[in-house]
Design a protein around this ligand. Structure first.
Ligand SMILES: Nc1ncnc2c(CN3C[C@H](CSc4cnccn4)[C@@H](O)C3)c[nH]c12
Length: 229
Protein backbone atom coordinates (compact mmCIF):
# COMPACT_ATOMS: atom_id res chain seq x y z
CA UNK A 1 0.00 0.00 0.00
CA UNK A 2 1.49 3.33 -1.09
CA UNK A 3 2.22 5.90 1.60
CA UNK A 4 2.72 9.28 -0.04
CA UNK A 5 4.99 12.12 1.12
CA UNK A 6 4.00 15.56 -0.18
CA UNK A 7 6.62 18.19 0.50
CA UNK A 8 7.19 21.89 0.02
CA UNK A 9 9.83 24.23 1.40
CA UNK A 10 7.70 27.15 2.54
CA UNK A 11 4.40 27.20 4.41
CA UNK A 12 2.92 29.11 1.46
CA UNK A 13 3.76 26.13 -0.77
CA UNK A 14 1.86 23.54 1.26
CA UNK A 15 -0.99 25.72 2.55
CA UNK A 16 -2.93 25.36 -0.79
CA UNK A 17 -2.39 21.58 -0.52
CA UNK A 18 -3.57 21.24 3.09
CA UNK A 19 -6.73 23.12 2.08
CA UNK A 20 -7.89 19.95 0.26
CA UNK A 21 -7.76 17.72 3.35
CA UNK A 22 -9.80 17.24 6.55
CA UNK A 23 -9.06 15.30 9.76
CA UNK A 24 -5.41 16.25 9.81
CA UNK A 25 -3.19 14.72 12.52
CA UNK A 26 -0.13 16.83 13.40
CA UNK A 27 3.10 15.08 14.47
CA UNK A 28 5.91 17.27 15.81
CA UNK A 29 9.41 15.93 15.12
CA UNK A 30 12.93 17.39 14.67
CA UNK A 31 11.80 21.02 14.98
CA UNK A 32 9.11 20.52 12.35
CA UNK A 33 5.43 19.58 11.92
CA UNK A 34 4.25 16.63 9.81
CA UNK A 35 0.60 16.60 8.76
CA UNK A 36 -0.93 13.12 8.40
CA UNK A 37 -4.11 12.71 6.36
CA UNK A 38 -6.00 9.96 4.58
CA UNK A 39 -7.23 10.88 1.10
CA UNK A 40 -9.25 8.47 -1.06
CA UNK A 41 -7.81 5.58 0.97
CA UNK A 42 -4.27 6.87 0.50
CA UNK A 43 -2.13 7.59 3.60
CA UNK A 44 -0.38 10.91 3.02
CA UNK A 45 2.16 12.87 5.07
CA UNK A 46 2.53 16.58 4.23
CA UNK A 47 5.27 18.93 5.44
CA UNK A 48 7.19 22.03 4.51
CA UNK A 49 10.90 21.69 5.19
CA UNK A 50 11.85 25.37 5.62
CA UNK A 51 14.13 27.00 3.07
CA UNK A 52 17.32 25.51 1.65
CA UNK A 53 19.06 22.23 0.90
CA UNK A 54 19.83 21.16 4.49
CA UNK A 55 16.27 21.52 5.76
CA UNK A 56 14.93 19.87 2.61
CA UNK A 57 17.26 16.89 3.07
CA UNK A 58 16.19 16.48 6.72
CA UNK A 59 12.50 16.56 5.85
CA UNK A 60 12.76 14.21 2.87
CA UNK A 61 14.78 11.69 4.88
CA UNK A 62 12.39 11.97 7.84
CA UNK A 63 9.30 11.39 5.67
CA UNK A 64 10.92 8.24 4.29
CA UNK A 65 12.77 6.84 7.31
CA UNK A 66 10.43 7.83 10.16
CA UNK A 67 7.04 8.02 8.42
CA UNK A 68 7.75 5.13 6.03
CA UNK A 69 6.61 7.02 2.93
CA UNK A 70 7.40 5.06 -0.24
CA UNK A 71 6.77 7.83 -2.81
CA UNK A 72 7.64 11.53 -2.52
CA UNK A 73 6.06 14.42 -4.44
CA UNK A 74 7.38 18.01 -4.17
CA UNK A 75 5.27 21.06 -4.95
CA UNK A 76 6.47 24.64 -4.94
CA UNK A 77 7.70 27.65 -6.85
CA UNK A 78 10.89 28.37 -8.80
CA UNK A 79 12.83 31.02 -10.64
CA UNK A 80 12.53 30.72 -14.40
CA UNK A 81 15.61 30.48 -16.65
CA UNK A 82 14.21 29.07 -19.92
CA UNK A 83 12.61 32.09 -21.64
CA UNK A 84 9.63 29.84 -22.56
CA UNK A 85 8.73 29.74 -18.85
CA UNK A 86 6.49 32.66 -17.88
CA UNK A 87 5.38 33.49 -14.33
CA UNK A 88 2.77 30.92 -13.25
CA UNK A 89 3.96 28.28 -15.75
CA UNK A 90 4.56 24.71 -14.60
CA UNK A 91 7.78 22.75 -14.87
CA UNK A 92 8.31 19.07 -14.04
CA UNK A 93 11.94 18.19 -13.29
CA UNK A 94 13.36 15.36 -15.36
CA UNK A 95 16.71 15.86 -13.64
CA UNK A 96 18.20 18.11 -10.95
CA UNK A 97 21.65 19.41 -9.98
CA UNK A 98 23.33 21.52 -7.27
CA UNK A 99 24.63 24.72 -8.85
CA UNK A 100 26.52 25.83 -5.71
CA UNK A 101 28.39 22.55 -5.12
CA UNK A 102 31.89 23.49 -6.23
CA UNK A 103 35.18 21.63 -5.84
CA UNK A 104 36.38 22.67 -9.29
CA UNK A 105 39.72 23.55 -7.58
CA UNK A 106 40.43 19.79 -7.75
CA UNK A 107 39.51 19.45 -11.40
CA UNK A 108 35.97 18.22 -10.84
CA UNK A 109 33.01 19.64 -12.81
CA UNK A 110 30.60 22.09 -11.14
CA UNK A 111 27.94 20.21 -9.16
CA UNK A 112 30.07 17.08 -8.68
CA UNK A 113 31.70 15.50 -5.63
CA UNK A 114 33.33 12.02 -5.55
CA UNK A 115 30.68 9.35 -5.00
CA UNK A 116 27.97 11.68 -6.28
CA UNK A 117 26.74 12.67 -9.74
CA UNK A 118 26.05 16.07 -11.30
CA UNK A 119 22.47 15.22 -12.33
CA UNK A 120 19.92 13.06 -10.48
CA UNK A 121 16.98 11.88 -12.60
CA UNK A 122 13.41 11.87 -11.29
CA UNK A 123 11.12 8.83 -11.59
CA UNK A 124 9.79 8.47 -15.15
CA UNK A 125 6.60 6.60 -14.21
CA UNK A 126 5.54 9.52 -11.99
CA UNK A 127 6.38 12.04 -14.72
CA UNK A 128 4.29 9.97 -17.16
CA UNK A 129 1.24 10.15 -14.83
CA UNK A 130 1.78 13.91 -14.53
CA UNK A 131 1.97 14.43 -18.31
CA UNK A 132 -1.20 12.34 -18.78
CA UNK A 133 -3.00 14.52 -16.18
CA UNK A 134 -1.72 17.70 -17.85
CA UNK A 135 -3.02 16.54 -21.24
CA UNK A 136 -6.40 15.55 -19.76
CA UNK A 137 -6.71 18.97 -18.12
CA UNK A 138 -5.29 20.97 -21.00
CA UNK A 139 -2.47 22.23 -18.77
CA UNK A 140 0.72 23.62 -20.33
CA UNK A 141 3.69 22.02 -18.60
CA UNK A 142 7.33 21.58 -19.63
CA UNK A 143 9.81 18.92 -18.52
CA UNK A 144 13.27 20.20 -17.85
CA UNK A 145 16.37 20.53 -15.72
CA UNK A 146 16.10 22.23 -12.34
CA UNK A 147 19.19 23.63 -10.58
CA UNK A 148 19.23 23.89 -6.79
CA UNK A 149 21.43 26.05 -4.56
CA UNK A 150 21.45 27.70 -1.16
CA UNK A 151 20.84 31.19 -2.48
CA UNK A 152 17.90 33.23 -3.71
CA UNK A 153 19.08 34.08 -7.23
CA UNK A 154 18.38 37.71 -8.17
CA UNK A 155 21.03 38.61 -10.73
CA UNK A 156 21.42 37.83 -14.43
CA UNK A 157 25.10 37.08 -13.75
CA UNK A 158 24.31 34.14 -11.43
CA UNK A 159 21.34 33.10 -13.56
CA UNK A 160 23.54 33.04 -16.70
CA UNK A 161 26.21 30.96 -14.88
CA UNK A 162 23.58 28.38 -13.95
CA UNK A 163 22.12 28.31 -17.46
CA UNK A 164 25.54 28.05 -19.14
CA UNK A 165 26.97 25.49 -16.73
CA UNK A 166 23.98 23.15 -16.29
CA UNK A 167 21.62 24.06 -19.18
CA UNK A 168 19.00 24.46 -16.44
CA UNK A 169 15.43 25.56 -17.22
CA UNK A 170 14.56 26.70 -13.70
CA UNK A 171 16.21 27.16 -10.31
CA UNK A 172 15.25 26.88 -6.65
CA UNK A 173 16.74 25.90 -3.27
CA UNK A 174 15.55 22.40 -2.35
CA UNK A 175 14.79 20.05 -5.25
CA UNK A 176 18.22 18.50 -5.78
CA UNK A 177 18.47 17.67 -2.05
CA UNK A 178 15.19 15.79 -2.25
CA UNK A 179 16.51 14.06 -5.37
CA UNK A 180 19.75 12.90 -3.71
CA UNK A 181 17.88 11.60 -0.64
CA UNK A 182 15.19 9.75 -2.62
CA UNK A 183 17.75 8.36 -5.08
CA UNK A 184 19.93 7.07 -2.21
CA UNK A 185 16.94 5.55 -0.37
CA UNK A 186 15.50 4.15 -3.61
CA UNK A 187 12.16 5.98 -3.26
CA UNK A 188 10.28 7.13 -6.39
CA UNK A 189 10.03 10.92 -6.45
CA UNK A 190 8.61 13.78 -8.46
CA UNK A 191 9.49 17.47 -8.38
CA UNK A 192 6.95 20.05 -9.60
CA UNK A 193 7.40 23.81 -9.58
CA UNK A 194 5.47 26.85 -10.85
CA UNK A 195 7.43 29.92 -11.86
CA UNK A 196 7.26 32.85 -9.42
CA UNK A 197 9.99 35.07 -10.89
CA UNK A 198 12.81 35.18 -13.44
CA UNK A 199 15.76 35.05 -11.03
CA UNK A 200 16.92 38.48 -12.26
CA UNK A 201 17.11 41.89 -10.59
CA UNK A 202 13.29 42.00 -10.28
CA UNK A 203 13.14 38.53 -8.69
CA UNK A 204 12.52 39.75 -5.16
CA UNK A 205 9.56 41.91 -6.14
CA UNK A 206 8.07 39.33 -8.52
CA UNK A 207 8.51 36.59 -5.93
CA UNK A 208 6.58 38.55 -3.30
CA UNK A 209 3.82 39.31 -5.79
CA UNK A 210 3.46 35.84 -7.36
CA UNK A 211 4.44 33.35 -4.63
CA UNK A 212 0.85 32.72 -3.54
CA UNK A 213 -0.71 32.36 -7.01
CA UNK A 214 2.17 30.28 -8.38
CA UNK A 215 2.19 28.03 -5.31
CA UNK A 216 -1.53 27.45 -5.91
CA UNK A 217 -0.91 26.59 -9.59
CA UNK A 218 1.55 23.94 -8.52
CA UNK A 219 -0.62 22.63 -5.67
CA UNK A 220 -3.78 22.38 -7.80
CA UNK A 221 -1.92 20.38 -10.44
CA UNK A 222 -0.31 18.15 -7.81
CA UNK A 223 -3.67 17.29 -6.28
CA UNK A 224 -4.93 16.18 -9.71
CA UNK A 225 -1.86 13.94 -9.98
CA UNK A 226 -2.43 12.50 -6.47
CA UNK A 227 -5.94 11.48 -7.55
CA UNK A 228 -4.38 9.35 -10.33
CA UNK A 229 -1.94 7.52 -8.02
N1 LIG B 1 14.94 33.39 -7.73
C1 LIG B 1 14.92 32.29 -6.95
N2 LIG B 1 16.07 31.81 -6.44
C2 LIG B 1 16.08 30.69 -5.67
N3 LIG B 1 14.97 30.01 -5.33
C3 LIG B 1 13.78 30.46 -5.81
C4 LIG B 1 12.44 30.00 -5.63
C5 LIG B 1 12.00 28.75 -4.91
N4 LIG B 1 11.98 28.81 -3.41
C6 LIG B 1 11.37 30.01 -2.84
C7 LIG B 1 12.19 30.37 -1.60
C8 LIG B 1 13.02 31.63 -1.87
S1 LIG B 1 13.99 32.19 -0.52
C9 LIG B 1 12.90 33.19 0.39
C10 LIG B 1 13.25 33.71 1.62
N5 LIG B 1 12.41 34.48 2.31
C11 LIG B 1 11.21 34.77 1.82
C12 LIG B 1 10.87 34.25 0.60
N6 LIG B 1 11.72 33.47 -0.12
C13 LIG B 1 13.08 29.15 -1.39
O1 LIG B 1 12.40 28.13 -0.64
C14 LIG B 1 13.29 28.67 -2.80
C15 LIG B 1 11.63 30.87 -6.33
N7 LIG B 1 12.40 31.85 -6.93
C16 LIG B 1 13.72 31.62 -6.63
Amino acid sequence: MTKLAIMGAMEEEIEPLLAHFENVNIVEFANNKYYEVNYNGLDIVIAYSKIGKVFASLTAATMIEKFACDTLLFSGVAGGINPELKIGDLIIADKLCQHDLDITAFGHPNGYVPGGKVFVETTKSLRDVAIKVANENNLKVIEGTIATGDQFVHSTERKDFIQTTFKADALEMEGASVAVVCDALNVPFFILRAISDSADMDAGFDFDEFLKSSAKNSADYLIKIVKEL
